[in-house]
Design a protein around this ligand. Structure first.
Ligand SMILES: O=C(O)CCC(=O)N[C@@H](CCC(=O)O)C(=O)O
Ligand SMILES: [Zn+2]
Length: 349
């Protein structure tokens, strides 16, 4: 009876007890939902009803980003104890359990740079194997529900403070219009600030968007804290919206309020290509701090990193990343006209 420890401990504790080689098993809840443990930290819920959305909720792709892990753990416990129920197929993923145990972002390599097959270009390690496996489970999941709208919310928390506590990265769409409904969904999660990516990436959310045509985002939900030190009340809107997604509502009641939105276009993705790399500002400078044109942000070897066509704001600055990795994003606030042009279905009001 493998399900009893899972139900008693909850997904997080169960996963931390078996972070790599977990037992695979399946069982059916009294309400008819089939629950399958597909891999360590990877739990599939399949209700009897067909549903119309194929949902992936992931957290802990970076092991120390604990708030969304705790949030998904609570949701899963509610599902296992049947205080809530699913009306849509749902795949829950706790991304990097060994890193969670060590309270670190990664063991060897940043897992969130290994998707879209990028794991093949790195020396074999836990994260490369995990990226390959996560790509496989996600592909099998979406393939099982070809008529459903695919969704993937990849939940994170940021290393440093942010002028906008919650924000989302909207993966590059290769020219497809951004969707008003997607922005409405994010707003319902309590996320008014969105960065529109300007190029492909090797992140989990880009992978689901590009490979599976999923409505997919990286969602940043505040600052990193150790397990047990998160105030989950700040995620109440997210929790409510996750429950709405797994329920049977058609989401048409969600509306996008333009006045509340803060939308940024990524203008520069700066990579560290030299050992000698540094920023002129403090490593703890908050995300979205803005700099004017001409400002020297730092250096990459002999090259100065200068703001052009500013003002631009920094997001995710990290001068310690491995060589060839992204060291900072520069983002530019979008005008209403730009947004109207980019979003499908006419003007915003
Ligand atoms: O706070 C930071 O510097 C990093 C937080 C984080 O893990 N962010 C994601 C964003 C992924 C994306 O761009 O879609 C990451 O860096 O992997
Ligand atoms: Zn993260």
């Amino acid at each position: 009876m493998s399900e009893l420890p899972l139900i008693q401990l909850g997904l997080l504790q169960y996963t931390l007890n078996q972070p790599i080689d977990t037992e695979r098993f399946s069982f059916t809840l009294n309400n008819g939902t089939t629950v399958s443990m597909l891999d360590a930290g990877v739990l599939l819920f399949e209700p009897q009803v067909e549903g119309q959305r194929a949902l992936v909720f992931s957290a802990g792709i970076h092991g120390n980003e604990t708030a969304p892990i705790e949030c998904l753990d609570k949701l899963v416990s509610g599902l296992l104890r049947q205080t809530i129920s699913v009306s849509q197929p749902l795949l829950v993923i706790l991304g990097n359990p060994p890193a969670m145990l060590k309270a670190c972002r990664e063991l060897e390599v940043n897992l969130n740079r290994l998707f879209v097959g990028q794991y093949r270009n790195y020396p074999d390690c836990y994260e490369t194997q995990r990226a390959a496996r996560l790509e496989q489970v996600v592909a099998e999941f979406y393939a099982k529900y070809p008529q459903h709208q695919a969704y993937h919310l990849d939940l994170h928390t940021a290393i440093r403070a942010s002028q906008h506590e919650k924000f989302a990265v909207y993966p590059f769409t290769h020219g497809q219009p951004w969707k008003r409904n997607d922005l409405a969904l994010l707003q319902a999660c309590g996320v008014n600030c969105v960065l529109f990516s300007n190029q492909p990436a090797s992140t989990f959310s880009y992978h689901s968007s590009f490979k599976h045509n999923a409505t997919a985002f990286t969602v940043e939900l505040g600052k990193v804290h150790p397990f047990g030190e998160n105030d989950l009340t700040t995620l109440s809107q997210l929790t409510e919206t996750l429950q709405q997604l797994i329920g049977d509502s058609d989401l048409s009641s969600l509306s996008f309020v333009f006045e509340d939105a803060l939308l940024f276009e990524v203008s520069d993705v700066i990579h560290r290509t030299e050992q000698d790399f540094g920023f002129s500002f403090s490593q703890s400078q908050a995300n979205f701090t803005e700099y004017p044109s001409g400002y020297i942000l730092g250096h990459n070897g002999s090259q100065q990193l200068i703001v052009e066509d500013g003002p631009k704001a920094i997001v995710f600055p990290n001068d310690k990343v491995a060589l060839q990795q992204r060291a900072v994003l520069l983002v530019k606030k979008m005008s209403k006209a730009d947004i109207e042009h980019a979003i499908e279905q006419g003007s915003l009001s």
